[in-house]
Design a protein around this ligand. Structure first.
Ligand SMILES: N=CN[C@@H](CCC(=O)O)C(=O)O
Ligand SMILES: [Zn+2]
Length: 417
């Protein structure tokens, strides 16, 4: 059955020739078609264009099986790609939220056994079914807010059994939702309580026990490390990434959230798909990223929630780099997967133009999770993951109306949800 969306006020992020990513000054450009149609067949985008060029389907054989949507006054966007989340977790951490309000830093909370270790304890106590159910609820929530592809990390297990438990939940989610899901193994997210004072031994265990088991069950697409001050060093990251790569996992890492950690450089050295957070980026980091295949990915939700300095996004774009944005949905530093709110934060706090922010949450974030050939733009042959907005006056209205859900209809794999 074909699906035809007609009279679209504006069809956003169209590409005749799909690009790998959008970089530098091009990030301010967004290709759109006014008064457009979009034709979907067998879950894929078959065609699109101006209404004036709409084929006469009455004369085409077999088109009696065509469903139509009249999108007058409404826009169609490619679904958001959320390339960095930790959305499989147990419990919530609002107690730490008040600790933060009282002035404790992220590192101080971590030192008191809060933070990631708090989530690890709850992860240990949760069953696979409980984790699956709660993550599925979050997935449904983000689908309703326009997300069509999401990366999910392990990293709240921190024991072999619990990391595998998390990754099996992600695998089950992959098999049972219409979203595109990619998984990352983040055994080196924090040193668990049992290994306190024995960080080197924990790293050895991640390398010699966890990575081979994760690979044996084919549970992760990417290898991740929290390479930052107070967490894992460049040398440890180097070893873990090498071990992951030997097992077919491309690096995609946390870097430079808390300091100039060297995380960006070690990520680029091993051709990471992305380096994420990037609050601490100077000239050396920008030089390292130039000419690389690594997507700098900024997480405005975490910086907002933790009240941190903002990543120098403008400086990176001025240097000709691409930038992606993701939600970082997790219980500690960003308890929301609302990508439209990420657009608003990007515009207000990072002074990104709405067009730049939309590029960063679609085509560029698709690259940052390795799905740019499948989704991230309106292009012929790509998977039909799109959403139709409510009636809105302009593209700029999306980040402007920061508290409103403007998604009216979600279409994933060509199916109206
Ligand atoms: N920075 C490292 N990890 C997560 C936080 C996880 C947590 O606090 O639970 C992040 O991406 O923000
Ligand atoms: Zn993260």
């Amino acid at each position: 059955m074909k699906l035809l969306i007609k009279n679209i006020k504006q069809l956003v992020q169209v590409e005749d020739e799909p690009r790998k990513w959008v970089a530098g000054a091009d990030m301010a450009k967004l290709n759109c078609i006014n008064d457009a149609f979009l034709l979907i067949d067998e879950g894929k985008i078959e065609d699109f264009g101006a209404m004036s060029a709409l084929p006469n389907f009455d004369e085409v054989e077999g088109t009696d099986m065509m469903q139509e949507i009249d999108a007058t006054g409404r826009m169609v966007f490619p679904s958001f790609c959320d390339s960095h989340t930790h959305l499989v977790y147990a419990g919530s951490r609002e107690i730490e939220y008040t600790d933060k309000i009282k002035g404790l830093s992220y590192e101080e909370i971590a030192k008191r056994g809060g933070g990631i270790l708090n989530s690890a304890q709850r992860m240990h106590e949760a069953t696979e079914d409980e984790l699956y159910e709660s993550a599925m609820e979050r997935l449904h929530e983000i689908i309703g807010m326009g997300t069509g592809a999401v990366e999910i990390k392990s990293g709240y297990g921190l024991t072999l059994e619990d990391e595998l438990k998390m990754l099996r939940v992600i695998k089950r989610l992959k098999e049972t939702t219409p979203l595109i899901i990619k998984s990352s193994f983040l055994g080196a997210h924090a040193v668990p309580a049992d290994y306190k004072g024995r960080q080197a031994e924990y790293v050895d265990m991640v390398i010699s026990e966890m990575i081979p088991m994760v690979a044996a069950e084919d549970l992760a697409d990417y290898i991740d490390v929290f390479c930052d001050k107070g967490f894992f060093t460049v040398e440890e990251t180097d070893r873990i990434l090498n071990a992951g790569m030997k097992h077919g996992m491309r690096p995609k890492i946390h870097a430079n959230e808390l300091d100039y950690s060297g995380g960006i450089q070690v990520g680029v050295k091993y051709n990471a798909l992305s380096v994420d957070h990037l609050e601490f980026v100077g000239d050396a980091e920008i030089e390292a990223l130039k000419g690389s295949e690594t997507m700098p990915t900024v997480l405005p939700g975490a910086a907002f929630f933790l009240n941190m300095v903002c990543s120098p996004v403008r400086k990176m774009m001025d240097a000709g780099l691409p930038v992606a944005l993701a939600s970082d949905f997790n219980p500690g530093s960003s308890p929301s997967g609302n990508m439209k709110f990420i657009l608003s934060l990007a515009c207000i706090n990072y002074k990104m133009l709405p067009q730049e922010a939309i590029n960063a949450t679609t085509i560029n974030s698709a690259y940052a999770m390795g799905v740019q050939d499948e989704v991230g733009s309106i292009a012929r042959g790509k998977i039909a993951n799109v959403f139709i907005t409510k009636e809105i006056p302009s593209i700029e209205f999306m980040p402007y109306a920061y508290g409103s859900n403007l998604v009216d209809t979600v279409i994933l794999n060509g199916q109206i949800l």
